[in-house]
Design a protein around this ligand. Structure first.
Ligand code: TYD
Ligand code: MG
Length: 456
C-alpha cells in the first residue's frame, strides 16, 4: 500500500502551523492564508537539520557574556556612507540582512555595488534571477572590476550551502530569497514553506560560518516584504527601499536592526553609474522650495538619528463634486483629516467645500507628528492664497485643541535648520534657550504660529 503523504498547513502571514486546514489562521486571524505543505520523508535519509549540524564547526555550549569576543571594530565598513548609516555603522559579520523593495528599484544594483566595495572580503554573489552574462553586463555598466567577487547561479539551498562551506566567503549575497528552494520540500520556490526553510538554513549558516548574508527580498503589491512575516523576525536587519521608481532618488530605510538604530534613512540617487549616495539629503529635499508660493512649508523630521528638512506642498481648490476629495502622498491620510478638522473647528478655516491635495517632496514618507504644524500651515497658506515670503521651518505637533505640542530633539532640529541656512523657526512654547543666529518663535497654538510665520 502506498504510504500516506504527511502534510501540514502553514499560515503565509505569520507562519503558524497546524495539521488541519482551517478557514482562518489560529494565530493572526487572517482568512485564507493557510497553505498545504508536504513534509519530506526523513526515514531513509538524515534530516537536513542534522546534516547541517554535523557540518558545524563549534560545539554549541553556553558562554559567559564577558567571554564572548565582539567589538564594534569588527564591523565591515562598506565605504558608502549612506549604506553604512542604515546598517548602524557597517555590516556586522555573521549577520543576516534582508534588502527589500519594488522590482526595478535598485536592489541588485546596490547589492553588486556593495559587494564590489568590500574589497577585503571574499564575496559570493548567488543569483537566481539573472544569468552570469547579465550580471557581467551590469557590472560592466557600473564599471566594477572586482577580483574578490565570485558569481554563482544556483537556486537549490543545500547546493548553495555546500559551496559556501567550500569557498568560505566572508559575504554571501542571495538574489533573491524568493528564488531559492529546498529540494526536500515539494512546494514551489517563493512559497511560505520554502522561504521559511531557506531563510532558517541561511540564518544558521551565517551564525556557524560567520558569513554575512545579504538576502534580497521582493515586496507584495501592498508594499510589504513578500513571504511570511516571520522572515522579518528571523533576520537581523531589514532594509527597505522607499520612494517611487520614476524619480531619481532612492530612500533606503532600516525597518529593523539588531545592531543599530531602526528607522535610519539613507538617500541615494540613481544615475548611469548606478546608485550614488546623497550626503546632504536636506539640500535635495529643499532644492525646489520657493517660499513665495502659497501652500509650501518646510518641516523638520527626525529620520532615525538624523534630522531632515523636507518640503511639504498643499493645494486646496474649490470642489466640483458634492464630496470633497482628500489626497495625501507621503503623509497619513487620517492624520490629514484630523488636522483639517482641527483647523475647521478651532481656527475657523473652512475646507468642507474644497478638495485638498498634500504632497511630501522627494518621495519621503512622513510619520512623525512633529511635522503636523508644517502641514497645517501649508493647508492654511493654500486656502488663503497667502505665502510666508520668508523661509521658515515649522516644528510642532498639533493637538485636538489646536495647541502646538512639544517634540523631541528640538535642539538637533534647530541645528539642522541653521546649517541649511534658515534664519527663522517656529517651535512649540517652552523653548527657552538662546539661539543667536536663528530666530526662534515659541508659539502656543496654530493661530500664534500662523501669525509668527507671516501667513495671517
Ligand atoms: P535593479 O538593481 O535591477 O533592480 P531590482 O534588483 O530592485 O529589481 O535596477 C534596475 C533599474 O535601475 C533599472 O530600471 C535601470 C536602473 N539602473 C540605472 O538607472 N543605472 C544603472 O547604472 C543601473 C545598473 C541600473
Ligand atoms: Mg534584481
Amino acid at each position: 500500500m502506498a504510504k500516506k503523504r504527511r502534510t501540514r498547513f502553514i499560515c503565509s502571514n505569520c507562519g503558524w502551523e497546524t495539521s488541519q486546514w482551517l478557514g482562518n489562521c489560529g494565530s493572526c486571524g487572517q482568512w485564507n492564508t493557510l497553505e498545504e505543505v508536504v513534509i519530506p520523508d526523513e526515514s531513509g535519509q538524515k534530516s537536513h537539520k542534522s546534516r547541517l549540524r554535523s557540518h558545524g564547526t563549534d560545539a554549541v555550549k553556553p558562554y559567559s557574556l564577558d567571554e564572548i569576543p565582539v567589538s564594534e571594530a569588527d564591523r565591515l565598513q562598506i565605504g558608502m556612507g549612506e549604506l553604512d548609516r542604515v546598517l548602524g555603522g557597517g555590516l556586522m559579520p555573521g549577520s543576516f540582512v534582508l534588502l527589500g523593495g519594488d522590482p526595478g528599484i535598485g536592489k541588485s544594483t546596490l547589492a553588486l555595488q556593495c559587494a564590489s566595495m568590500l574589497t577585503g572580503q571574499k564575496t559570493l554573489y548567488v543569483s537566481g534571477e539573472e544569468s552570469l552574462a547579465q550580471i557581467r553586463q551590469r557590472a560592466h555598466r557600473l564599471d566594477i572590476h572586482a577580483k574578490h567577487l565570485r558569481m554563482y547561479t544556483e537556486t537549490e539551498i543545500m547546493q548553495i550551502i555546500e559551496t559556501v562551506r567550500s569557498e568560505k566567503p566572508g559575504v554571501l549575497i542571495i538574489d533573491s530569497i524568493q528564488t531559492v528552494y529546498h529540494s526536500a520540500l515539494q512546494s514551489m520556490p517563493g512559497t511560505t514553506a520554502q522561504i521559511r526553510e531557506c531563510a532558517a538554513l541561511l540564518m544558521q549558516l551565517a551564525k556557524q560560518e560567520k558569513v554575512t548574508v545579504i538576502g534580497i527580498g521582493h515586496v507584495t503589491k501592498d508594499g510589504d516584504l513578500a513571504g511570511p512575516r516571520i522572515l522579518e523576525h528571523m533576520v537581523d536587519t531589514v532594509l527597505q527601499f522607499e520612494g517611487d521608481k520614476q524619480s531619481h532618488h532612492r530612500i533606503l530605510r532600516t525597518l529593523k536592526n539588531r545592531f543599530g538604530p531602526a528607522q535610519e534613512v539613507g538617500v541615494f540617487e540613481m544615475d548611469n553609474g548606478g546608485l550614488r549616495e546623497v550626503s546632504n539629503p536636506s539640500e535635495l529635499f529643499l532644492s525646489e522650495f520657493d517660499p513665495s508660493v502659497s501652500g509650501n512649508a518646510v518641516v523638520c523630521s527626525m529620520e532615525g538619528t538624523r534630522p531632515l528638512l523636507i518640503e511639504i506642498q498643499a493645494l486646496v481648490t474649490p470642489t466640483s463634486y458634492g464630496m470633497p476629495q482628500r489626497t495625501a502622498s507621503g503623509f497619513d491620510h487620517r492624520r490629514l483629516s484630523l488636522l483639517l478638522a482641527v483647523l475647521e473647528k478651532r481656527c475657523g478655516w473652512q475646507f468642507s467645500q474644497h478638495d485638498v491635495f498634500l504632497n511630501v517632496a522627494g518621495g519621503m514618507k512622513l510619520t512623525e507628528t512633529a511635522c503636523d504644524l508644517g502641514v497645517a500651515s501649508a493647508l492654511v497658506s493654500s486656502l488663503s492664497g497667502k505665502a510666508a515670503m520668508e523661509p521658515v521651518v515649522m516644528i510642532g505637533e498639533v493637538g485636538l485643541g489646536a495647541e502646538v505640542r512639544r517634540v523631541t530633539q528640538l535642539v538637533r532640529r534647530l541645528e539642522e535648520a541653521q546649517a541649511m541656512g534658515f534664519s527663522h523657526a517656529v517651535v512649540p512654547q517652552g523653548y527657552t534657550e538662546d539661539s543667536n543666529i536663528l530666530k526662534v518663535s515659541a508659539v502656543r497654538n496654530i493661530d500664534d504660529a500662523l501669525k509668527k510665520s507671516g501667513l495671517i
